[in-house]
Design a protein around this ligand. Structure first.
Ligand code: B4P
Length: 187
């Protein structure tokens, strides 16, 4: 199974991908986690990415594509993968098509998690208290939601236009949301 999970910041992409990874026995590729690992390791890429992420903006498409290609080349991806956080704009969606065509592994499904914006803000505020992530401050969250509307929402239309998109209600208990995703994947 090769799956893209789409949704605004705080919609539960990372949360659900972690659960699905266990149940589907496939790799979880979170571009946010890959970037945060670079930041934590203090690499040159991490230094460049940190300021951009903290401000709530998107890191450059070139950096992301390089990271993604290298991750897709790892052995655990052979069984399938969940992409969480990529693509985030239409250029990245086209780049993903090209990379997957090159390795002969086209997508099976794209799932969009729908959550109202008031709830997104509430969830991220909760995570800010628990984890203190640098980009979970109110100003950055406002920016991330704007970036989502301007740049990532068109990716939803991109996949909807191809008939590969399933929309899932992302509100409720974690297990209930996961069951809805699993049901959508069977359709
Ligand atoms: P991400 O790491 O992808 O961060 P995110 O959008 O906030 O989603 P995340 O997966 O972490 O949160 P989730 O919804 O699971 O990106 C961070 C930054 O990295 C971006 O702003 C950008 O700068 C950069 N970046 C990443 N990918 C990029 C790309 N492709 N191109 C360019 N730049 C890129 O969960 C949020 C909270 O909600 C959690 O606290 C969780 O516990 C809670 N929650 C989840 N489901 C819930 C539920 N059903 N009920 C109640 N709470 C729930």
């Amino acid at each position: 199974m090769r799956l893209v999970l789409l949704g605004p910041p705080g919609s539960g992409k990372g949360t659900q991908a972690t659960r699905l990874k266990e149940h589907l026995n496939i790799a979880h590729i979170s571009t946010g986690d890959l970037l945060r690992a670079e930041v934590a390791a203090g690499t040159e890429l991490g230094k460049q990415a940190k300021a951009v992420m903290d401000a709530g903006n998107l890191v450059s498409d070139d950096i992301l594509l390089g990271m993604l290609e290298s991750r897709l080349g790892q052995a655990d991806v052979a069984n399938g993968f969940i992409l969480d956080g990529y693509p985030r704009n239409v250029a990245q969606a086209n780049a993903l098509d090209a990379v997957l065509a090159k390795i002969g592994q086209p997508l099976d499904a794209v799932v969009q998690l729908d959550v109202p914006s008031e709830l997104l803000v509430e969830r991220i505020a909760g995570r800010a208290q628990e984890q203190g992530r640098a980009d979970d401050n109110p100003e950055s969250v406002r920016k991330r939601l704007q970036v989502y509307t301007d740049q990532t929402a068109p990716v939803v239309d991109f996949y909807a236009g191809r008939g590969t998109l399933a929309r899932v209600d992302g509100v409720g208990e974690l297990a209930d949301v996961e069951a809805r995703i699993q049901a959508a994947l069977k359709r």
